[in-house]
Design a protein around this ligand. Structure first.
Ligand code: PHB
Length: 395
């Protein structure tokens, strides 16, 4: 056999011999003492943005702080779960716990994701780090939940007070027809009416509803001074705001008050100056003027480009990861569920959103709530923080 053929065959044989190893490594990349974090979130479907924002926040944290804590490699296992399919979420959570033996579950985009997983995490005594799902009662369902986002009542109560202080007396409520929507409605109604406001009507919009015209028309006919809106961030609020403009509500002077990110980066791009003046309540703004946020945004742009911009979900994921690192460090890498939960309680650090603390009594965030208004700052449309309610606890 000519020498070069022999060498090629030998190389091929060596490569083939390595193949099983390579595929085994792909299936189980974690070293034996790795700490595994199962990241459950929608990565496909109408809420795929949630998973994208979570993953990017996690990656930025790991890029800035390395992938090893107390000598243990941190491995993130990403699984597609979707709050609109709790049975699938449950199957994914079960596999992460029983097959992958994760030490932490994290993510949880929509409230039903968290509710479907709660009993499994409780039984396995595995901490569940919530990076978005925001219905208040979730954390009471399991002592293994800790939340790095907010609750709807925490977010909306300051907005109800602010609305009355800013001359709004008659408001129409439009919310998504599932648990966070009901909580947003109740909290806004309570704070707003206690301060002297009057609710002129309310409507519940189905979670997967693509058509907002009938709702927008009904709101216009009621002639309120403002509409309070909660729809899960992403395609829905953008579609609603478009119809609010098309149906002339903005022209009629009906103000828009939103819970969470109703005007995101994509909506700003699509609506342009039509978005000016929209008010929303959030725990984070891309334009938050702090050194840490400037670094966060700059690291994000270098790694992922200018769009999509980071939003509150990415920041909750970044902070959730910071907390997991802190807990792993405190426990020297030996993760016991109960000790981990004790270590989460009272954690306090600076986030790109501002200072945060895990309330030891409730496992909820103590954090600033910002009322923001869409404004043009240095030529760029942003949700500018105009009022800060400092260190708000979840009610
Ligand atoms: C939720 O389902 O809890 C949820 C979803 C999207 C949000 C906020 C809360 O923007």
């Amino acid at each position: 056999m000519p020498k070069h053929k022999f060498i090629w065959r030998a190389l091929l044989a060596a490569a083939l011999a390595l193949l099983p190893l390579a595929s085994a490594a792909a299936a189980e990349p974690a070293p034996a003492n790795a700490i595994k974090v199962g990241l459950l979130a929608p990565f496909s479907g109408p809420f795929a943005d949630f998973g994208d924002q979570f993953m990017k926040g996690v990656e930025i944290y790991m890029q800035e702080h390395g992938d090893t804590v107390a000598g243990h490699k941190i491995v993130v296992l990403k699984r597609d779960a979707n709050g609109v399919d709790p049975a699938q979420t449950k199957r994914q959570a079960q596999a992460l716990l029983t097959r992958d033996h994760v030490q932490f579950l994290a993510g949880f985009g929509l409230t039903p994701d968290a509710l479907a997983t709660g009993p499994l995490g409780t039984e396995a005594k595995v901490p569940m780090v919530i990076m978005n799902a925001a219905t208040g009662f979730i954390t009471a369902k399991s002592p293994y939940f800790v939340r790095f986002s907010f609750t709807l009542a925490q977010l909306v109560t300051p907005l109800g007070q602010w609305a009355v202080q800013n001359g709004l007396k008659n408001v129409y409520i439009a919310v998504s027809d599932y648990a966070p929507g009901y909580e947003a409605e109740k909290a806004f109604d309570k704070a707003f009416t206690a301060a002297g406001g009057h609710i002129v009507g309310s409507v519940h919009i189905p979670l997967l509803n693509p058509e907002f015209a009938p709702y927008v028309q009904r709101i216009k006919d009621a002639k309120p001074q403002a509409v309070f809106l909660f729809l899960p961030t992403g395609q829905q609020p953008t579609a609603f705001v478009r119809q609010y403009i098309q149906f002339g509500l903005r022209k009629a002077g009906i103000k828009l008050l939103g819970a969470t990110e109703i005007i995101d980066d994509q909506a700003l791009g699509m609506l342009g100056d039509d978005a000016l003046g929209v008010i929303s309540t959030q725990v984070y703004s891309y334009a938050h003027p702090s050194a840490l946020n400037r670094k966060y945004v700059s690291d994000w742009k270098k790694r992922f480009g200018a769009h999509p911009q980071p939003d509150f979900m990415s920041v909750a994921a970044y902070d959730g990861m910071a907390a997991i690192y802190a807990v792993v460090k405190r426990l020297h890498g030996i993760i016991d569920g109960d000790k981990a939960m004790a270590a989460f309680k009272g954690l306090k650090f600076e986030s790109p959103r501002g200072p945060i603390e895990v309330d030891p009594a409730t496992r909820e965030m103590i954090e600033n709530i910002y009322i923001r208004r869409v404004e043009r700052v240095n030529g760029e449309l942003v949700n500018k923080e105009i009022v800060t309610f400092p260190a708000v606890k979840a009610p």
